[in-house]
Design a protein around this ligand. Structure first.
Ligand code: DCP
Length: 624
């Protein structure tokens, strides 16, 4: 369930930058002769030409969609260029895409705090850069003004006939409000960054610029490819009024369905009809408040300074007849996965001086004669020992332990349909800062940590490994990275407590500045400014966030072909086609969508946990 964060937005300038048909661009850079041609990247698979995972804009004009298979795409668009995802060790090799994404991140992260949200998208907090640009000179006096910024789409601007003139006026108008001027500066900075990305990497990207992450993300996909969209506060209400609830990334699942079916809410704006209390009554305190905020375009989520992965992982699926049936076959695959994992953590250590502390095995399995309820293969973790042989040895132990537990006292025949290994709890070695090193492009000598631990543990449901928030970057699978940061924070409560204190202070300072512009805009509609969680509940909040994570690799053994009815119309992949190592690095909402199909049942704990975290209280000047 979503969690409301205190409102920090007011004068923030946040950008969401998303690469255009990313894997296609990477392949086109490798083979420039493909540029300008209808092209798609196909996930290795020999059934009907494999599943399309990225489609160029030229191919989209012919009606080619990511939900198609290669053979279908060729029918719709004869002459389409189909490029296979590279394969290494018998599985998709995403390293080329990861490092291409890192090239982009290293450029984008130069202007403000940068959060790598998936293999091809980042959030930037450009507030400081925009403020300092504005303090240096009035906008209209800026020299070397990048004309690309004036091609921005500014939501809410009227006048189709003379849009360019209106945009110019919006940028330079003397009566513009301060918040809009800040956004204009943000747009200039983003245009410069996009230009730099194009010059240095040959990739185009699109962006959204707004006062918070939620709005920036909504805007970045509105005009693609190679364009940018600005969301002034005055346009928020109209934007949300027509936005189908299912288009919001957190409302794509059950919560969105319940809003539609139970409350008749079809667009985000429809939520304005409900009081905060009513929403809390129906969905719990946090979700209710989050929905109330969302209807008003309010989101306090901060851009986290995070350009490196929080974990590394690699996996392989074995669908249908390819299911593994002997321990020898499992070991052989585990060895390959561990080799890759070992290379990646070693690279992370060499380049970033970061050490991974936990090794985890996830598997999906089924028993051939099991007629009862399907039991999950338990995920197992142990302390991570560097060195490929040790990792392989530990992986086998984890599998054996998991299998014993999975089979119980019965000696059923079994099949394994998916294996994945993750390295998590990645910490900087003392006295180092991986983000600074990443930004400065420094590398460090290798120094292997050889922690020797023996204990094997159940991987708690709350484990960040395999979380859908896992994403990211860099050398390996970066995607898994994010969730880990959270688990690490929980393990180090004192530092987290400090963070929250800082957060509270920040919020108080912010509040002193007065209401954010979006709040002001909505002030006529039951406005209530949200405030900081109180101290006694802070740690509960952490726990909740941790528990909200979902396993990255679904461990249900009942996976089968997914019926068309179960799939969203925009996705038509077979669940068993989805290689976890591919999935983990996708944009979060795609991961959620795909996992939604794969998953047969979901966490029961969430609702219970969602009631006691991050309590807000009303301020003097509101009615809520
Ligand atoms: N991807 C994948 N499997 C999927 C979906 C996506 O491997 N089922 C990969 C390929 C994409 C990349 O993730 O290039 C980024 O996904 P996006 O959703 O951002 O889509 P694109 O970048 O391809 O296109 P767009 O320009 O629409 O963002």
């Amino acid at each position: 369930m979503p969690i409301p964060r205190p409102d920090l937005q007011g004068d923030r300038v946040i950008a969401h930058v998303d690469m255009d048909c990313f894997y296609v661009q990477v392949e086109q850079r490798k083979q420039p002769k493909l540029r300008g041609l209808p092209t798609a990247v196909v996930q290795y698979n020999d059934w009907k030409g494999g599943a399309l995972i990225a489609v160029s804009y030229e191919a989209r004009k012919f009606g080619v969609k990511r939900s198609m298979r290669g053979a279908e795409a060729e029918m719709v668009c004869p002459g389409i260029q189909l490029v296979q995802v590279p394969v290494a060790r018998g599985k998709a090799d995403l390293n080329g895409y990861r490092s291409a994404g890192s090239e982009v991140v290293s450029i984008l992260s130069t202007k403000g705090r940068c959060e790598r949200a998936s293999i091809d998208e980042v959030y930037l907090d450009l507030t400081d850069a925009a403020e300092s640009m504005l303090s240096e000179a009035p906008l209209e006096e800026l020299e070397n003004f990048d004309e690309e910024a004036l091609k921005s789409h500014v939501l809410g601007l009227r006048g189709d006939e003379d849009l360019e003139k209106n945009v110019r006026e919006w940028f330079f108008g003397s009566d513009a409000i301060y918040q809009d001027k800040l956004l204009a500066c943000g747009a200039i900075i983003v245009a410069q960054l996009r230009d730099k990305v194009l010059k240095e990497t040959e990739f185009t990207c699109s962006a959204g610029i707004a006062h918070n992450k939620m709005l920036a993300k909504l805007a970045s996909g509105m005009h693609k490819p190679a364009q940018q969209t600005i969301v002034p506060s005055s346009a928020v209400r109209d934007l949300l009024a027509s936005l189908p609830v299912k288009k919001m990334k957190q409302l794509g699942g059950k919560l969105g369905s319940s809003l539609q079916d139970d409350l008749g809410v079809n667009t985000v704006g429809d939520l304005l009809k409900f009081s905060e209390e009513k929403l809390q009554e129906r969905y719990g305190f946090n979700t209710g408040t989050w929905l109330w905020n969302t209807a008003r375009g309010i989101s306090g989520d901060e851009v986290k300074g995070r350009v490196l992965p929080q974990s590394h992982g690699c996996g392989k699926t074995f669908p249908g007849p390819k299911a593994l049936k002997t321990t020898a076959a499992v070991e052989s695959w585990l060895n390959q996965l561990c080799e890759e994992l070992s290379e990646r953590i070693q690279l992370d250590l060499d380049q970033n001086k970061r050490v991974a502390h936990t090794l985890t095995l996830h598997a999906r399995a089924f028993k051939t004669d099991d007629m009862g309820p399907h039991k999950k293969f338990p995920s197992k973790s142990c302390p991570l020992r560097y060195g490929v042989n040790k990792i392989q040895e530990d992986a086998k132990k984890l599998f054996d332990t998991g299998l014993r537990e999975y089979l119980g006292s019965h000696n059923n025949a079994w099949r394994v349909t998916s294996l994945s290994m993750s390295a998590s709890k990645i910490l900087d070695t003392p006295g180092t800062s991986s983000i600074m090193r990443f930004l400065q492009g420094k590398s460090f000598p290798s120094a292997i940590s050889d922690a020797s631990y023996d204990d094997i543990q159940d991987d708690a449901p709350s484990s960040s490994i395999g979380s859908k928030e896992n994403m990211l970057p860099e050398s390996d699978e970066d995607q898994q990275a994010f969730a880990h940061e959270k688990s690490v924070e929980v393990d180090h409560v004192p530092s987290q407590a400090r963070k929250i204190d800082d957060f509270c202070t920040q919020n108080r300072e912010h509040k002193d500045k007065g209401k954010g512009s979006i709040l002001r805009f909505f002030s006529g509609i039951n406005s209530s400014t949200k405030q900081v969680p109180n101290g006694s509940e802070k740690h509960e909040g952490l726990d909740l966030r941790d528990h909200q994570k979902e396993p990255l690799v679904d461990e249900h053994s009942s996976l089968g072909r997914i019926s068309n009815q179960q799939m969203d119309s925009s996705w038509n992949l077979n669940a068993e086609d989805v290689d976890p190592s591919v999935l983990d690095e996708l944009p979060l909402e795609i991961q959620r969508e795909v996992r939604g199909w794969i998953r047969s049942s979901k966490r029961a704990k969430t609702t219970k946990l969602g009631s006691n975290i991050f309590h807000y209280f009303s301020t003097d000047d509101n009615s809520g």
